[in-house]
Design a protein around this ligand. Sequence first.
Ligand code: FAD
Ligand code: NAD
Length: 476
Amino acid sequence: MTRSYDVMVIGAGPAGYVAALRCAQLGLRTACVDKWVNKEGQPALGGTCLNVGCIPSKDLLQASEYYHRLTHQFQAYGIRVKDASIDVPAMIAHKDRIVRGLTDGIATLFRANSIDHIHGHGRVLDSRRVEIIDPKTAKVNEVVQTTHVILATGSEPAKMGEASTDGERIVDSSGALEFQEVPKRLGIIGAGIIGLEMGSVWCRLGSKVVLLEALDTFLPAVDQQLSKDALRQLQKQGLDIRLGARVVSTHKTSKQVTVHYTDSRGEHDLSVDRLIVAVGRRPNTDNLFAPESGVSLDERGFIDVDEQCRTNAPNIYAIGDVVRGPMLAHKGSEEGMAVAESLVGRTAHVNYEAIPWVIYTEPEIAWVGKTEQGLKETGEPYKVGVFPFAANGRARAMESSLGFVKIIAHAETDRVLGVHILGPIASELIAEAVLAMEYAASAEDLARTVHAHPTLSEAVHEAALAVDKRALHKAN
Ligand code: FAD
Ligand code: NAD
């Protein structure tokens, strides 16, 4: 018998599984088809984010930060530890346990909300029918009827002809989460978010890390005052970030990889034990549509959608990494919730102006809204307040006083236009800034808000005061 649903979600990453949960909460009969299998060969929900993305990378960042603090910072508190060492397989096993717990948790949530989890590759035949293909045999298992389709097939690592991955010496971001020993020499192509996070993990554990970045500017999307300071701090930690480096070819032997690259100073060879390719991600639309489905892609290969995530085909929506906008888990989840709400006739909206970004280096880099260089380009008048963590008591007590908070407000209305944080746990501090922007707050609103003492959030408060040149714990 043909199965039939109100909503068929294709892809169970943070965009798709959240969409499915919200659809089910709203009373829609929902199924979610996903093809992911974990290391044990078992179907696993959660997509890139839970299996090989946000969660496992943060677990390794946490482990390596603890190790680094133990071996480099705890002495400052009089804590003496002899013979500290890192057991890499145990660290990877911890990461696997966390991933397993969370992916199993999604399966439990699906059961609790009566969502059918179908394992397989989904292919849209038309607005009402989705074909389920067995990933192993490539045979069609069934055709499911549905009223609505939500496409949430995510993205995968972009490939480079000059450095093909082999899962051993040359790996992508997934392979970088699986090293069983610390590589002595680690090369990374791309000094973007993944390059910096993975580079930080292995550098803290003792690798000599070299990042080859094609662009001349470090993190061009980040406020340049922040990115310049971040570059200095990361280089001090030992990350050898080489800008303007164009990879020409790679040569592999059984022992090492040699990367041939050029920069403004000429031609170079870099020999490393392992090489990570982290040059961006591409939308995943492979074999997703039958020709008659009528769904269009944009010129960059993303599924073309409007502000409400509607594709050009009736009743077919697309969300998450497979559509325009930042490739971030929380952006996809918000789109998933908004689409679910719209299916039952509710008003739904994603505020793309207030999506936070975080790079989980140490110090962390987090921002929301407009950058100073962006405002210079558009000519919008602005004023800036900056406050350093060096003048924040909590940060000093934590031995984490690098970086600063920068608030940019409109010169005339005082409305907060952007907040940029380089510093300890910036990932959490940015939430206050997102809320402020969501509520169209002014810098004065933040300045008048009581912040607990002693907290890192006092640096946000002081930066808001600094917008009006009245910070208390620094000279204005
Ligand atoms: P995905 O998570 O990619 O999920 C798509 C799912 O669809 C997958 O399970 C896939 O197997 C399945 N699928 C694809 N095609 C089909 C098909 N035809 N049929 C059935 N199933 C299909 N973002 C953050 O916000 N914070 C972070 O800290 C962060 N860290 C990251 C670290 C790394 C190393 C990486 C690689 C990414 C990180 N990201 C982070 C990005 C984040 O993982 C993605 O933005 C997010 O996973 C996108 O969610 P999604 O649901 O759109 O797609
Ligand atoms: P990225 O776009 O952040 O960085 C890729 C970098 O590679 C860029 O700096 C780019 O200039 C460089 N590059 C491209 N081609 C190159 C070449 N041939 N040689 C040298 N350098 C080259 O992409 P990513 O680091 O692969 O991450 C992909 C996406 O995943 C991110 O943009 C982000 O959306 C998401 N992500 C988010 C987080 C987070 O939120 N903390 C963490 C990891 C990944």
